[in-house]
Design a protein around this ligand. Sequence first.
Ligand SMILES: NC(=O)c1ccc[n+]([C@@H]2O[C@H](COP(=O)([O-])OP(=O)(O)OC[C@H]3O[C@@H](n4cnc5c(N)ncnc54)[C@H](OP(=O)(O)O)[C@@H]3O)[C@@H](O)[C@H]2O)c1
Length: 250
Amino acid sequence: MYNLKGKVALVTGSSRGIGKAIALKLADNGVNIVVNHLRNKTKAHETEKEIKEKGVDCLVVKGNVREEEGVKNIFKTIKETFNRVDIIVSNAASGVLKPVLELKKKHWDWTMDINARALIDIVQQAVPLMHKGGKIIAVSSLGAIRAIPNYTAVGSSKAALESLVRHIAFELAPRGIIANIVSAGAVDTEALKHFPNREEILNNAKELSPVGKLVTPEDIANVVLFLASNLSNMIIGQTIIVDGGYSIRG
Ligand SMILES: NC(=O)c1ccc[n+]([C@@H]2O[C@H](COP(=O)([O-])OP(=O)(O)OC[C@H]3O[C@@H](n4cnc5c(N)ncnc54)[C@H](OP(=O)(O)O)[C@@H]3O)[C@@H](O)[C@H]2O)c1
């Protein structure tokens, strides 16, 4: 149905969490996967094993998307191995959680570089390897459009990311490359362990959702799969919110 067999996808930050769920979902649909990660080699290779068990190729590439050289190396390896890339999922993220009165330039730069600017390097490296029908999907968060305590820099970086994707979408659509954003509500991954108010975030997300449950990594992966396929070809530069209805509450 999705017709993705044999395609090649780079999913940044796919050794664990939402990125891993996206990588597995694409692999379920016949896509060969490039698993990118930064530090945790064991988790990356566990993910590689699970992907290969699905009968597709998988390449693990350690690389920091914050560094231009890191991104270049990821694509050098992709070029040498596959000589093409069809789907880019920009999912890796990081960030300093502080209120605005405590934010320093280094916190801002760190967060913006990884969560927003990295996609410029990724797209510049990816486009020469992409054909008509290529898909670029960035993973954002509700914090791009809402105020969340301590989320100052990350929320701002996600807002920048969403704007960047709209510009990428507009520029690349004439080449047949389509870019969109999936924006997630709270998902219980390791990332949330860095939040001092983790329990409160998860309880709120559950209680304020009209379906009374949390969004799972697989919920996000399902939408990425749709956006990666030709079924979504006339959705261009949009942000699809996957939050179980949390943000529509009046
Ligand atoms: N969890 C949520 O509630 C939530 C909500 C909305 C949106 N999101 C978004 O969903 C995406 C995934 O979040 P998650 O919760 O799954 O995160 P996570 O569990 O913390 O996983 C982060 C992944 O990114 C990799 N990574 C971190 N920094 C990197 C860098 N500089 N270069 C390359 N890889 C890097 C990590 O690799 P290593 O393990 O090797 O370090 C890991 O694979 C992010 O864009 C996040 O903002 C999450």
